[in-house]
Write a protein that binds this ligand. Structure first.
Ligand SMILES: [Fe+2]
Length: 179
């Protein structure tokens, strides 16, 4: 675990954090007030194309992503009340809207050797794309889910992409913690 950080967020009623990705893992713990988080599968390349990931890592200007209304139709909409927490995998697309009260939340973020390697991969792919090539992250089989090998052999899609945490894992991490 690297670059461990903690943040306290105080935000206004109804405040919106626009659609974006972050390069850290995040555990967001709601202390007071409420939030609604819309979140997508990090491996959904309709919502988060490879090119956006490359731009984010290679030419970071800001973390916001281009928004299209159609994206909301596939969002997982997750309300957060005081005492609840949510795990954000690395570069999971999300946007957040505060409830009608002042919100206080605590965020714990960190990176890992894997997330650092992933950043290097996308920086390299951005350079290759500049040269006219069409790189893409290679999808592999998670050793913990060997049944995916059969899915891939039959032409199916794996459940997760390289370097991303599956949405199932994310939903399991939607935890309730004591206030
Ligand atoms: Fe974020």
């Amino acid at each position: 675990m690297q670059r461990r950080e903690g943040f306290i967020f105080l935000s206004s009623p109804g405040a919106v954090t626009p659609f974006h990705i972050d390069s850290e893992y995040n555990f967001l713990l709601q202390v007071r007030g409420s939030k609604t988080v819309s979140m997508w599968d990090p491996a959904d390349r309709f919502v988060l194309p490879e090119e956006e990931l490359e731009r984010f890592y290679a030419t970071f200007v800001h973390r916001n992503l281009p928004w299209r209304d159609v994206f909301q139709t596939t969002a997982f909409v997750l309300p957060l009340a005081p005492g609840e927490g949510l795990h954000f995998p690395v570069t999971v697309p999300h946007w957040v809207k505060n409830g009608p009260e002042v919100s206080v939340s605590f965020s714990i973020t960190f990176r890992t050797a894997d997330s650092e390697r992933r950043e290097l991969l996308y920086k390299a792919n951005a350079r290759l794309r500049k040269l006219g090539l069409s790189p893409h992250a290679r999808r592999t089989v998670d050793p913990a889910r060997p049944h995916q090998a059969d899915r891939l052999r039959r032409g199916g899609q794996p459940e997760t992409a390289v370097g991303s945490c599956g949405l199932q894992e994310h939903l399991i991490a939607h935890i309730r913690c004591p206030v």
